[in-house]
Design a binder for this molecule. Structure first.
Ligand code: SF4
Ligand code: SF4
Length: 128
């Protein structure tokens, strides 16, 4: 990851078209674990690195607290994402040959300037 969409989301659809890597799914999508709000696939989100100066989804989002920071999608946080996947917070893609697309299978880019404390606190991405 990544950024995470929270239950504050009002499903307004503003964010998904802005994502350069099609990482955002609408509510009720079969790959979205949530029925009522949008979802960011952590295995796909690159925090807009190499695409924009700041996460585009958060720039488009009108709802405070709907998009928050999560940990980098890197091997250091492999177990973290594995357990969040088991808890149902995420629904990480299962690749036919590679298996669950956890960070140990494929890491993603992240904004190094974001302090780990901000990520641990799930701070608002809009304030970045
Ligand atoms: S931060 Fe960028 S890559 Fe990640 S979900 Fe938002 S728009 Fe997509
Ligand atoms: S822009 Fe914000 S409120 Fe609208 S769907 Fe995306 S996360 Fe939800």
């Amino acid at each position: 990851m990544a950024v995470r969409i929270t239950e504050e989301c009002i499903a307004c659809e503003a964010c998904a078209p802005e994502c350069p890597v099609a990482a955002i799914l609408e509510e009720g999508h079969e790959k979205n674990p949530y029925d009522d709000y949008f979802y960011v696939k952590p295995e796909s989100c690159v925090e807009c690195v190499d695409h924009a100066d700041a996460p585009r989804c958060a720039e488009a989002c009108p709802t405070e607290g709907a998009i928050v920071w999560d940990m980098p999608y890197t091997t250091e946080f492999n177990e973290y994402y594995a357990s969040r996947n088991e808890e149902g917070i995420y629904k990480i893609r299962e690749h036919k040959k590679k298996g669950l697309m956890l960070p140990e299978v494929k890491e993603q880019k992240f904004i190094a300037d974001i302090a780990m404390s901000e990520r641990e606190a799930e701070a608002n991405v809009q304030e970045f």
